[in-house]
Design a protein around this ligand. Structure first.
Ligand code: PLP
Length: 393
């Protein structure tokens, strides 16, 4: 009965009814191990009891008031995020694209106030993904996402992942560089610490803002709260969403105080941004990462998953290269990945693609060794079934 839904998604023929931890159950009662986490959203697994309790309690107390009033839980989350990120202030919205929209508007406004009307251009990288709103598809230099939506929002310039080319592209209008620390949708492509440090240096040298889009990589996905921490750099603006509320829709734009001050009463807003209900879920999510020591655990499990995947790559010719960081992992194939994803589903394992030929794995941060073992067995079985030619086995 999908005839009243727009056809903008290609959906698999499975509907889930229930989830708990790493497991999902479909309408027929079949069990699946979820190594997608709802595309890097349910980082604590499905229906984590701490988050469920927080939502239930808050839903019975107060759901929404509007941002015309003080919202204490917003202040609390903002203080926590400031402490975790080293940035000063937060704006809350409802999605990754919106968090990036706010970042783009903030960067433009700050730069125009500081340097004059000519400062508005933002550099973005090849293979990037920043969202589906008009400005964020304009920031995403890929035809697949832009086709049919012209005229796009002006003010973006696309650059390759080459520091010299990026420096040569910085012009009188440039105000910021926007990038992901690991390009998730683009194929699970991490940017090296040296590259990120080089970008930071270029920004400092040329008076540009560094905007990091950690919508997918944030909230422990790569083993640290934010992926940039592994490169030893600090952004000027940081965007978060996906896992921030473990499934409750929320986005956040964080910034240094002198940048954030470009937003004053009336300059930007969101009706639903940062409601008490959403903030309760975020607090429970962040508290659980800390109380269950999930950053260390994710790092450990990331190593284990990486080793297991490397083992499969060495065993099967169709698997080429291991990519990624922590529990954001990719494996490139010598062929389209769709049949492998479908075969895994059939065998009870949910995995994702990233582009046409890259398998993407995003287990929850609290995934166990046993679940990794089980998932890798299923993946291996699926690889065998789609290739039927085994080498060195
Ligand atoms: C998913 C994603 C977005 C878009 O987030 P939405 O919540 O779907 O708007 C933006 N940037 C990155 C890096 C993402 O992975």
């Amino acid at each position: 009965m999908t005839q009243h839904l727009m056809s903008n998604y290609g959906r698999y023929p499975i509907a889930f009814e229930r989830g708990a931890g790493t497991r999902l159950y479909d309408e027929a009662g079949n069990e699946y191990i979820d190594f997608t986490s709802g595309i890097a959203v349910t980082n604590l697994g499905h229906c984590h009891p701490n988050v469920t309790r927080a939502i239930q309690e808050q839903a019975a107390t107060l759901v929404h008031t509007s941002n015309l009033f003080q919202i204490r839980k917003q202040e609390e989350v903002a203080a926590k995020l400031a402490k975790l990120s080293g940035l000063d202030q937060a704006f809350f919205c409802n999605s990754g694209a919106e968090a990036n929209e706010a970042a783009i508007k903030l960067a433009r406004k700050h730069s125009k106030e500081k340097y004059g009307e000519h400062k508005y251009e933002i550099l973005t990288l090849e293979d990037a993904f920043h969202g589906r709103t008009l400005a964020t598809v304009s920031a995403t230099p890929r035809l697949k996402f832009q086709e049919g939506f012209a005229p796009l929002v002006p003010g973006f310039r696309y650059v390759s992942k080459d520091l010299a080319e990026i420096e040569a592209s910085i012009g009188a209008h440039t105000c910021a560089i926007l990038l992901e620390a690991v390009q998730g949708e683009g194929g699970v492509l991490p940017l090296s610490p040296e590259f990120l440090q080089g970008i930071r240096a270029l920004c400092d040298q040329h008076g540009l803002l560094l905007i990091l889009d950690e919508v997918q990589t944030g909230i422990g996905r790569t083993g640290t709260m934010f992926a940039y921490q592994q490169a030893g750099i600090q952004p000027d603006i940081l965007t978060l969403a996906k896992a921030l509320g473990n499934g409750i829709p929320v986005g956040a734009t964080l910034a240094k105080a002198d940048v954030a001050s470009a937003f004053q009463p009336g300059t930007h807003g969101s009706t639903f941004g940062g409601t008490p209900l959403v903030m309760a879920a975020v607090l429970a999510t962040l508290d659980t990462i800390e109380s269950e020591n999930l950053l260390d655990h994710a790092t450990e499990m990331g190593v284990e998953l990486g080793l297991r995947l490397q083992g499969l790559i060495e065993q099967y010719d169709c698997l080429l290269e291991l990519r990624g960081l922590g529990l954001l992992r990719g494996v490139t194939l010598d062929r389209p990945v769709a049949p492998l994803v479908a075969k895994c589903q059939e065998l009870g394992l949910l995995v994702l693609n990233a582009g046409e030929k890259t398998l993407r794995l995003l287990p929850p941060l609290n995934v166990s060794s046993q679940d990794i073992h089980l998932a890798m067995k299923i993946l291996e079985h699926a690889v065998q079934e789609i290739t039927e030619t085994i080498t060195n086995a």
